[in-house]
Structure formats: C-alpha cells, structure tokens
Ligand binder design. Sequence first.
Ligand code: C2O
Length: 534
Amino acid sequence: CRIRQYHFDVVLKNETKLCATKTIVTVNSKFPGPTLYAREDDNVLVRVTNHVQYNVTIHWHGVRQLRTCWSDGPAYITQCPIQPGQNFLYNFTLTGQRGTLLWHAHISWLRSTMYGAIVILPKKGVPYPFPKPDKEKVIILGEWWKADTEAVVNQATQTGLPPNISDAHTINGHTGPVPSCSSDDAYTLHVETGKIYLLRVVNAAVNDELFFKIAYHNLIVVEVDAAYTKPFKTDTLFLGPGQTTTALLKADQGTGKYLIAISPFMDTIVAVDNVTGTGYISYNRNLAFTPTTMVSIPAVNATPVTSTFSNSLRSLNSKDYPANVPLTVDYSLLFTIGVGINPCATCFNGSRAVADINNVSFVMPTTALLQAHYYGINGVFTDDFPGKPLMPFDYTKAPLSNLQTTNGTKVYRLAYNSTVQLVIQGNSIIAPDSHPTHLHGCNFFVVGRGIGNFDPEKDPLEFNLVDPVERNTVSVPTAGWTAIRFRVDNPGVWFFHCHLEVHTTWGLKMAFLVEDGKGPNESIEPPPSDLPMC
Ligand code: C2O
C-alpha cells in the first residue's frame, strides 16, 4: 500500500448560480471539492490549511478510522476546530474498505459548499466483483442556497424557526438550465454506445433525501457506502445525505441526449426544495443542443419507491466479501428520534424547534469529547445517555407527555469488541419524518425495517441475519423504524446523528464512547502533535 498526500486549502471563491453570484467557502477553490483517490489499505495524509475567517473541520464520511479517531473530523466531538490561519494533518488508513465515500466539512453548515467524493479502488490486481466498466464517473449531488448558508442557519437558531429551504439541487455543482438565465448550467456525461460506465453517485445535499434517475436507462447497483451489494437492476436510485450508491450504466441507446434528474423525497407535510436538478447523458459530442428525452420523476412523497429500493439492498456476502453480521447481541438499544418544540422566551413565537434522541437534545460542548475523554477533563460530558426511551409510548401518535426534551451532552459507553443491536424508532412528536441516520467509526448491518411501532417480540423473528446490507447511513422511514447491528471494534468517541443538517442543528445527535478497558491512552493512538486546541 501507498501513502497518498493531499493539500486542502480552505479558501473563499465567488460562484454564480441561478443568475446570482455569492462568495462560498471551498477546498482549493473547487466546487464541488477535489475527489480523493486511493486504494484499499492506503495511508491517506491530508494537510488542511484554513485561510478563511470561519473555524473548519473535515470529516471523512464512512472511513472507519480504526484507532485514528483523532482524524474523524466532527467539530467538538473528536477535535477542536482548525481556526483561521491554522492547519492540521488528517492521517488515516483505509483498512479493508473499497468503494465510494465522501468527505465534507463537519462544523455548522459549511458542508453545503465544502464536499467531495472519496474513491477507494480495490488493492492492486484485485478485480471488482462485477463486470469491469469501460469508464468510471463521480456524480455528486448537492443543494444550493442563493443566500449565505451560515446566515441561513444563524437566523434559524436565533428565531427558533426552521431554516430556509434551498433554492436548487445540483449535479457536480450544476443546477441544470435555469429558465430566466441565459446560460445552460447543466452537467453532461458524454457516453459512447455499447460502453459500460461505473457511476459513483454521492448525496452530499444538506437537508434532502434524493431520487436519481436517467431517462430510458436502467442502473445496476453494485455497492453502497463502500460495501459491495448483490447486483440489482433499478431505474431509480434513492440516497439520503451522506449515502453513496455505485451503479453500472450501460449506454444502450443510439444517439441523442437523455435527462438525468434528481428530485427530493419528503413524505410529510414539511416545506421542501421541490426544484428538480437536471443534467444530461449525451451520445454525440459534436451535436449541438438537441431536444432532450424526458424522464418521469418520482413524486415528492413516493414512499413505495424508497421502500422498494431499501428492501432490494443486500450484502454481496460472497466468499471474498462475507457479511459478518453479529448473531449475538451484548447491548440491545432502542433510540426514538424526532423533531419537537420547546419553549424559548427569546424566540420568535416563544418556542423553538428541537430534535432529540430518547428525548435528549444534544448540546455541543466547547471542548472536544475525545480530548476530554483522553485527558480525563471533567465536566465536558456525562455518560448517562439513556439506552431506552424514558417514556415509552405509541410512537405513531403524539401524546403531550412526550413532547418535551431535556438538554445534555451525554454519551453512551460501549465495551470494545462488543456487539450492539440498535433499533432506531421514528417518533411523531410534531410530525412523522424520514431520517437518514449516520454512525461514525463503525459500519452496521441493516437487519430490519418496518412501519409503525417496533415490536420487540415479533419483529426480530423477521430480521435478516444472513445478507443484510452493510452501510454507514440508513434512512429510518417516516413513522417507522430501522434495526441495525454492529460490532464495536474501534475504540474512540463516535458521533451518531441524523444527516439532515437541520435536524443535527436542532439536537438529533449523540455520541458513543468505545473503550477497550485498557484506558484511553492505550486503546487509541496518541493525539497528533498539531491537534487544534479549543
Ligand atoms: Cu457525514 Cu457526522 O457526518
């Protein structure tokens, strides 16, 4: 294996979209940011230098970070931010991982413009477990606000109101044609008839789960979140923010241009940016603009499309890539997640939107949890995060008794190398909502999924413990639940949160503290000497 070195310079850039120019925070003046290429087992070194007036951190979403928790990136969880003028070297190894992931800023809402793909190729000489593609392409989906996104989140936090929705969806940074603007700002993928393309599709959006579709073409899904799947054919991909899907596209049409469309999924009565992002695949380089062939886009509330897609995902579970699903469980946890309203004297309506896990709304500390853990600094967090809801109730209804949340910076302790079953139950304190939830530091197997209340007697009998899909981010269905299992083979402090940034901001987050009993100083590598201080 090799060492791969990257320099990420965090700089401002003017970017024009939707007929207006604004200044955005970028890596290396690129939007989207640079793609990080490596092979399985390579050591990656990224020197991040902060040239802007904001504090920054970068998270390598889905990278396991075995014993290198210091390089994980979530601000105030594993590290203090890199302050203006400072730099920090992220140093990690891609142990046993291959496929597509993403990196993004992990502080405030800077990830709206600071994101890029991570492509992990198999080890030299090791083939893909699917037909070799002729070409590979990264397709990274995002959201665009006309306003400055830091202003959007700050205003929401102050008023207690939901933040403004985005103004467009983007494909590799392009919105698609904007009727009132003269330029055709569309991403185009040029293809040749008969060739096979491997599309590495990444959802880097801030607040929207997305459908992805190409007119008149099917896709064969082969990998999600850097874990191989049993191949399956579909005309629509469904990705929550933080999720990746790698799929084969056979260019099996003759000539012309075909629309690529990305559109949001939201099966609840919440305002959503309903603007379809469009691009093209084009069969003829030299042809001037030709009329495009339309695509039928799933409705914004097309729940069945999301269920079909989620239920089709299975681990490859081959001899070379077995699915090591934990068959026994050391910790059986139930987390309810949702959005509610708390009183707030200084807010616009006397109340503010909050989000919680087991009725605890997480308060960001001012010292990183991992530093507090490693150096034994008291008073930064408590370890009394509840492993079960405090007040069990019918999660499909909203009784007043469970409306309120408490605030806290609480972690849940797990013993190193133990196994966890975690049922994530969506509640309906205000309205049921779909939540793409993400675990740092460990992949998990999605062993079950259902609508309504999780039944601890009946539902586990239906769990797939043979070939469940392995991933790092999973969509918990509206007014339903998802069950995951994982082995905690990675000591450190691992963030767990909804990957809709609006819900994270409101407190739908917590952290696991994984210890191996040897004390923090033996179980993880010592902190790097240039680790930023708060
Ligand atoms: Cu992709 Cu904690 O995030």
